[in-house]
Design a protein around this ligand. Structure first.
Ligand SMILES: [Cu+2]
Length: 254
């Protein structure tokens, strides 16, 4: 059977197998990888600072490194996995990030939230740009993000600098938050005053359950609180997500 001859002198469109068309990663691919790594590094630094491994973040860190390596051989698949991990990490950490982002006077947690949350949002945006081959938009996005970061850091340090701290007065009962721990038991006379001090580099708060007492404690500040409660036994707690173990008993005596 005679074949129809068509001009095949190199002008025919070449079919590119799926995944091979973007073997050379473009700026959007690099943005996804870079932003994902920034978020993971922020997670690792946070875990180092608080001296505790947060298992979901540790697992995601390992998977992100694996996906970044995979991106060298299978760009589309690797970018897809990185985007999925960013979405997963973002979804799981929203309650924590929301608290950190609304507390600018806690610079470590605030900057962490900007880098970790912002990095993952950037990775997702980068994945969309990579998918749509919009590599031209990456530069503006990166410059804009750096601007946001600078403003966030400056704003947070300013917010911390204007926080007022109260010194302990004779007669105050000291309550120290240190190493993510509160004392197990605190005793104060009804109408007496507690002097709360946060010796950690991240914020805590002090809430007495079933009462109106709820005091924010930015890093390294002291704060006095009058205990106008009926005689009895109360539980106090730090209400910041992840600090649920910071509890103790408040004995209010006659
Ligand atoms: Cu706390």
């Amino acid at each position: 059977m005679a074949q129809t001859t068509t001009p095949t002198s190199g002008n025919q469109p070449i079919e590119v197998p799926d995944g091979a068309g973007d073997r050379v990663p473009g700026p959007a691919h690099r943005l996804v990888i870079g932003a994902s790594i920034i978020a993971v590094v922020a997670d690792l630094v946070l875990m180092t600072i608080i001296g505790e491994v947060i298992p979901p973040l540790a697992v995601i860190a390992v998977l992100v490194v694996g996906a970044a390596v995979l991106t060298r051989r299978r760009p589309r698949l690797g970018i897809g996995v990185l985007a999925a991990l960013a979405l997963l990490a973002l979804g799981g950490s929203i309650p924590f990030l929301a608290g950190d982002l609304t507390s600018p006077a806690d610079p470590i947690a605030f900057v962490y939230a900007v880098l970790s949350g912002g990095g993952r949002i950037l990775a997702l945006v980068g994945a969309v740009l990579a998918w749509r081959s919009r590599h031209d938009a990456v530069r503006v996005l990166v410059i804009g993000s750096l601007g946001v970061l600078v403003v966030a850091v400056a704003g947070s340090l300013t917010a911390r600098a204007v926080v007022e701290s109260e010194d302990r007065v004779a007669g105050d009962v000291p309550v120290v938050a240190e190493g993510f721990e509160y004392p197990e038991r605190v005793e104060v006379a009804s109408g007496g005053t507690l002097h709360l001090r946060n010796r950690d580099i991240v914020r805590h708060d002090f809430a007495v359950e079933g009462t109106d007492i709820h005091v924010d404690l930015e890093p390294r500040v002291g704060r006095r609180v009058v205990v106008d409660l009926p005689v009895g036994t109360y539980e106090f707690v730090c209400t910041i997500p992840g600090h649920e173990h910071m509890t103790g008993t408040l004995e209010v005596t006659p």
